[in-house]
Design a protein around this ligand. Structure first.
Ligand SMILES: *[C@@H]1O[C@H](CO)[C@@H](O)[C@H](O)[C@H]1NC(C)=O
Length: 339
């Protein structure tokens, strides 16, 4: 479990010590893939990025590539029509981007979208043989800061070189399914006392009319409507950024500034993960762990929780997460009563 306080401290340190801007002008169509990769020492095979764009026409990869290309183009279009000004990224913006120098990969992790398993896989890939089985890595170890390198740790030229030549991928999920999943995991499980204390007590203090002393003290029984009120309350984001579990992908991974080569989806996790591992050239050596749990969204979970949210709050919540819906081609949920 990442401690939010540590994250902020880290961010503050970064902002203070290296206030450098990343000038990252990327031509969208042809990344620096055609040339020889000097950045992967001792390897003559293609980099994942080269495989994607100058593909060997491996037939079974083609159909997967076509849908990946469709998502990439849709994202690009959505960015053009919905973002006004381009801003410049600085290293602290890149702390969610995990780097694999060995295979030439960059992965932006989004909590509640199979990120534990992706971190495990990246630990295997970068471990020089110390790990071979992703599932043998305990979940908490996968989240220890420092076990994996993030792009924010590098100098600006080193960041830009990697952004140009590595395969950048991201996995996303229907925004409200992800949000409900975060709520259930962080507020309805009795073991998540750190979240109850850190966020629950505040939510109850602010958004419950006549709270029990025990609820105020422990923050253990936040309801979904209370959580929603907390999210749409303007004070919340004025005070601090959202916790990464409910922060929008748009803010965590900057998909309009970093041109992701592969946009994977939780709803099609297995084939999409396979495509990434194949591009990385490790498909035979490594399988993406899809723990017995089904990742298929029944589409009902969020609907059930939203029944208890008034149209007024539904609308405000949708506005908050609108960019994630638009950028990743998720349609407005049928159950919303905002029209
Ligand atoms: C976007 O979503 C629609 C409706 O679900 C789907 O038909 C279409 O193929 C999607 N487009 C892309 C590029 O994924």
């Amino acid at each position: 479990m990442r401690m939010p306080r540590g994250g902020r401290l880290f961010l503050a340190t970064c902002l203070g010590s290296l206030f450098v801007l990343v000038l990252y002008f990327q031509s969208i169509t042809k990344p620096e893939a055609a040339g020889k990769m000097s950045s992967s020492p001792g390897k003559s095979r293609r980099s994942p990025l080269q495989t994607l764009y100058n593909g060997d026409q491996q037939l079974d990869l083609l159909s997967a590539q076509r849908s990946l290309q469709g998502r990439r183009e849709l994202l690009e279009q959505a960015c053009l029509s919905h973002t006004k000004k381009r801003r410049v990224l600085s290293p602290p913006d890149l702390k969610h981007l995990i780097v694999d120098d060995k295979h030439g990969l960059i992965y932006c992790y989004v909590p509640k979208v199979a990120c534990t398993n992706w971190k495990r896989v990246l630990m295997v890939l970068t471990s020089d043989g110390r790990y071979t089985d992703p599932l043998a890595i305990p979940a908490n170890e996968a989240h220890v800061a420092g076990n994996l390198r993030t792009l924010s740790e590098f100098s600006v030229p080193e960041i830009n070189r990697r952004l140009r030549s590595y395969l950048k991928f991201i996995f996303v999920r229907e925004p409200f399914e992800r949000l409900v999943s975060a709520y259930r995991n962080k507020f309805t499980r009795s073991y998540n006392t750190a979240f109850h204390k850190r966020y629950g007590t505040k939510i109850i203090r602010r958004h419950r009319a006549d709270p029990e002393p025990e609820s105020l003290k422990r923050g253990h029984d936040v309801t979904f409507p209370e959580f929603v009120q907390y999210l749409v309350d303007p004070r919340t984001q004025r005070e601090e950024p959202f916790n990464e579990h409910w922060e929008r992908v748009h803010s965590l991974c900057h998909p309009c500034l970093i041109h992701y080569d592969v946009v994977g989806k939780y709803e099609t996790l297995e084939p999409d993960a396979r495509a990434v591992l194949r591009l990385a050239g490790v498909e035979g050596a490594l399988q993406f762990p899809t723990s017995g749990k089904s990742t298929r969204t029944d589409g009902d979970m969020a609907a059930r929780y939203f029944k208890h949210i008034s149209p007024f709050y539904q609308k405000r919540l949708f506005n908050l997460y609108r960019m994630d819906f638009l950028l990743f081609n998720y349609s407005t949920p049928e159950y919303l009563r905002t029209r």
